[in-house]
Ligand binder design. Structure first.
Ligand SMILES: [Zn+2]
Length: 257
């Protein structure tokens, strides 16, 4: 069977001397793993269209449950080798999250989110860590574990600093938290991680969960609010995907360079 898909290369493994096994995140059928024979040869017609972060139109042949790339016409290559360490680190991180979270079912919203964020990284439309945090929160919402961050879960207060319960995805205001006995507070902390959110950080989180995708990155925060938002977003998605990511180690080192 021969079929056509449009997709983004989010994983690659070299095989033998000239071949590449690639993972494509497609809009039509989710994740597709396909062998790109000869694609590492200097003059291969598949060379550019099957590179990591290439966004291409593929013609795939399926034989005996195996998929082979017949053609790969690059629409864009979303990875610029001149990128700084933070931009490339966030790009790898997004690819790693998609590899962990995407399935063989189509998910057009997740596909659009990935493309938008990688385009924004390449075009340097926003700080790479703002893009990362916005991706983490919107991805969490798309995958079905959206937190409820519009108000305190007890008194429904909507302003001021709040504590985010990472595993439950709910907020508690300082007054409601104070009303808990110390034993209740300890018990709650033993089972989940609680992280603080300033009002601005919480509003940014709310924004990234509900804003139209084309305006997802149109916000800014003061340094301390951004730190709280970024920390909460990173911990939140890792907790709900139940894993950590190698690219985060790379990013930590990049920040210290
Ligand atoms: Zn409250």
């Amino acid at each position: 069977m021969i079929y056509n898909v449009t997709g983004l290369v989010i994983g690659e493994t070299n095989v033998g001397e000239h071949d590449r096994m690639i993972t494509i995140f497609t809009s039509e059928c989710g994740i597709v793993g396909a062998m790109a024979k000869g694609s590492r040869k200097a003059h291969s017609a598949l060379l550019h269209g099957t590179k990591l972060f290439a966004y291409s139109e593929f013609v795939i042949a399926e034989r005996a449950d195996k998929h082979y790339v017949r053609e790969a016409m690059p629409k864009e290559v979303l990875y610029d080798i001149c990128c700084d360490l933070e931009t490339s680190g966030v790009s790898y991180y997004i690819a790693e999250v998609l590899l962990a979270a995407a399935t063989a079912s189509p998910d057009p919203e997740l596909f659009r989110l990935a493309l938008n964020c990688l385009f924004a990284l390449r075009e340097r439309k926003a700080d790479p860590f703002l893009i990362k945090a916005a991706f983490e929160m919107r991805c969490s919402a798309i995958l079905g574990f959206m937190p409820e961050v519009s108000a305190c879960s007890v008194c429904e207060r909507q302003d001021g600093e709040m504590m985010l319960d990472i595993s439950e995805g709910i907020l508690t205001c300082p007054a409601c938290r104070k009303r808990l006995s110390s034993a209740e507070r300890e018990e709650a902390s033993a089972f989940t991680r609680i992280t603080p959110l300033s009002e601005s950080a919480r509003r940014a989180m709310l924004y990234t969960l509900y804003a139209p995708q084309e305006r997802l990155l149109s916000f800014s925060l003061a340094d301390e609010d951004m730190r709280l938002f970024k920390d909460a977003a990173e911990v939140y998605i890792q907790h709900h995907l139940e894993r950590s990511f190698n690219a985060l180690e790379f990013l930590k080192q990049a920040r210290n360079v």
